[in-house]
Every structure is written in C-alpha cells, then in structure tokens.
Design a protein around this ligand. Structure first.
Ligand SMILES: Nc1ncnc2c1ncn2[C@@H]1O[C@H](COP(=O)(O)OP(=O)(O)OP(=O)(O)O)[C@@H](O)[C@H]1O
Ligand SMILES: [Mg+2]
Length: 363
C-alpha cells in the first residue's frame, strides 16, 4: 500500500465518526472554472465561479481549446479563493471531488488533474463526480430536506433527460432528447436571431418583450405518448420561418419569435416532465425537480411549478446560483458518494461521454 493509500484509508475511517465533513469540489467540464467548499453535502461555505463567456463570445460558442487553456490559467486562483472565502486551509478538508465526465475532454482533464494533485499532496480521499448527477444534486443545496425518490427533468446545454432518482445511487432514465438538447436549441435559435452567446439567457430576455402565442411551432413527435424529446425540428421551423419571411420581404418581430419559440420548448418540457412524474408510483410520483442550465429560465420554472401544482405534485428547482455550471453542486453529489464509502483512485480518467448509470457502476 502506498503512503497516499494509507493516508486516505485512515481519513475514511475518521470520516465515519465525524459530524462535519468538508469537501473541496472542482468543476471544469465546459466554460466555467469553478471551485466550492461544501459542508455535509448541503451547506455551501464558498462557491467561486469564473466564467469564460467573454472569451467565447467572438466565436458564438465554446471553443474547446480556448476553454482548456483558460481553465489552466484560472484554476489555481479559483481554488485559492474558494479556500479563502470559506476561511479554511487544505488541512481542514476531508476530501477532494471533481467532475470527471461528461464534458469537453481537455477541459475536464484540467480540473481532474488539479484535483488529483491536491488530493495526493494533502493525503485526502479523491472522488470523481458525474456532471448530470451534480446538476440534480444542486437541488439538495436549495432544499436540504429533499431526498430521493423523486422525478427530475434535466435540461442543460448538452442534455435533456427525464430521470427517476430512485435513491442517491440509482438513476432510472425515462426519456431523453433524440437530437438537440433544450439548451442547445435555445443557443442555436438565439444565434439565428442575431443574439450573442450564451443564447439561452439572451433569448429569455428578448422573449420578455414578445407575444408567446404569435407564432405556432407544431411538434408532432413531442405530442406523442413517450418521454423522449426532439427539439431539432422546432429549431429548424423557427429558422425556416425567418428565411421565408426574408424572401417575401416580410418584417418579423424578433421578440415575438423568441417568445413563441421559448413558449413551445417550455410547454413540451413541462408537460412531459409532469406526465412522467404522474406515471410513477410512490414518492417519485409526488415530487418533481428541475436541474441543468435551462432551469435558470423563469418561464420554465413557472410552467413546471404551475403544472405540478395542478397535478398535486411538489415542485423543486435550484436557486439561480446553482442552475448553470458550478462546483457547489459537485460537492453535494460527492458527499453522498463519500458517505457510501466510495472513492476513486488517482488513475481515474476523464470520460467525455459518460452515461449516468455507467458512473454509478463505477466507470
Ligand atoms: N435563462 C435561460 N434560459 C434558457 N436557457 C438557458 C438559460 N440560462 C442558461 N441556459 C442554457 O443552459 C445551457 C448551459 O447550461 P449548463 O451550464 O448546464 O450546460 P453545459 O454544462 O454546457 O451542458 P451539460 O450540463 O449538459 O453538460 C446553455 O445552453 C444556455 O443557453
Ligand atoms: Mg452543465
């Protein structure tokens, strides 16, 4: 057994008796360099997010190589600030956690290797966390009393999943997008409307001034009985509407287009998520959560809440600070894994396409 393995084994034994467990969590899966310190998986002692948005704006989207380089430049200062804001030193921590997938491989590797280095140097247990499990766990930061089972809609830049969280280590996938993710559709339509990156929040802002019922974007697939989504056709319908209008010399109201597109996506997401929850037996059918970057969208939060209420389902969504990528949510998910006695060794690799159930099986 190496000196590091010996140190972490001792730490794991001590952890079982501790009432206060503090995890340093790191997130670098895409274009946010983030670090946080979380106590007992629910209390945020610090949450530092350095966004790379200004670097990617000129390109209209995330450039992976620029993202990796910026993570390398910022990670040290971001982790230092997370420790300083919490008023803690490395020696006060109990574990180091990091997003190990899915995400951009070069970006993931920066956080992963930094976390490994810290864990090794400080003799702390090391844990890899699945990015989508972390988005779901963002709900625990806002509702410390929330426990599985519950149904969750994950709508983010790369994912649109309906998942039943059976317990803190069992995720059952009910539905997923067949093509674009919800956030991706927001970003692509925003781009077509001439809005800068990141598209989602900018489109939401424009939609505030528009009429959500002005244009109808019909979507036969999403009206079906299943729980899978398809957003690519809706995106294309908006773009075609714009092209047709341009060819006919017709003036379109961009705010109306944005509002109508948002209304269509939000209705599909909220209707399916509530229907999925209603189809579950037991507590998973009584509680519905929202997660992922698109959960920052007010129209979606409101639609989910009102539909859930009508169906007699309790609704949960993270505070705005924990919707888009952050490390606090990584610390929350890591705590549950640590309490199950699960850690990873330092050979853990970044996995760009990591299914949530593969992660649970220890991939
Ligand atoms: N207010 C909003 N309205 C609509 N979409 C939004 C809003 N805020 C953020 N988004 C969208 O959320 C996405 C970013 O979310 P997130 O940071 O979770 O994505 P990601 O980490 O790149 O993808 P994933 O989590 O699937 O790996 C972007 O597509 C962005 O446009
Ligand atoms: Mg994300």
């Amino acid at each position: 057994m190496t000196q590091y393995q010996h140190a972490t084994q001792k730490k794991m034994e001590e952890l079982r008796k501790k009432s206060c467990v503090r995890i340093l969590a790191i997130e670098t899966s895409c274009d946010e360099t983030a670090a946080a310190i979380i106590e007992n998986g629910r209390k945020v002692l610090s949450n530092v997010v350095h966004t790379q948005i200004p670097l990617h704006v000129p390109y209209g989207g995330v450039v992976p190589e620029i993202a990796s380089r910026s993570h390398v430049q910022k990670i040290g200062a971001v982790v230092r600030r997370a420790l300083d804001e919490a008023g803690l030193a490395l020696s006060d921590l109990d574990a180091v956690a990091v997003t190990s997938g899915p995400g951009l491989v070069g970006a993931l590797l920066v956080g992963l290797n930094y976390a490994k280095g810290l864990a090794y140097a400080a003799g702390l247990p090391f844990l890899g966390v699945h990015h989508i499990a972390a988005h779901i766990a963002a709900n625990y930061l806002s509702y410390p009393e929330l426990k599985p089972p519950f149904t969750c809609l994950v709508a983010s830049g790369g994912h649109s999943h309906i998942i039943v969280v059976e317990d803190d280590s069992t995720y059952r996938l009910l539905g997923r997008t067949r093509d674009d993710a919800a956030g991706e559709a927001f970003d692509k339509v925003a781009r077509a409307l001439g809005l800068p990156y990141p598209g989602g929040p900018n489109l939401e802002r424009l939609a505030l001034e528009g009429d959500p019922k002005k244009y109808r974007f019909h979507s036969a697939f999403n009206e079906g009985e299943g729980f899978d989504f398809s957003f690519s056709g809706i995106k294309t319908a908006v773009v075609n509407r714009m092209h047709n209008a341009a060819q006919a010399g017709e003036e379109l109201n961009r705010a109306d287009l944005a509002a109508s597109f948002q209304h269509t996506i939000v209705s599909i997401l909220a209707d399916k998520a509530v229907r999925a929850a209603k189809a579950q037996t037991g507590d998973a059918g009584k509680r519905l959560a929202l997660a992922g970057g698109v959960s920052a969208n007010r129209a979606l939060r409101e639609a989910m809440e009102s539909r859930a209420k009508k169906a007699g389902i309790e609704f949960f969504c993270p505070d705005f600070a924990y919707c888009t990528d952050n490390a606090a949510m990584v610390g929350s998910a890591a705590y549950d894994k640590l309490m199950r006695g699960q850690t990873d060794d330092l050979s853990l690799n970044a996995v760009p396409y990591l299914a949530i159930d593969e992660w649970m099986r220890g991939a």
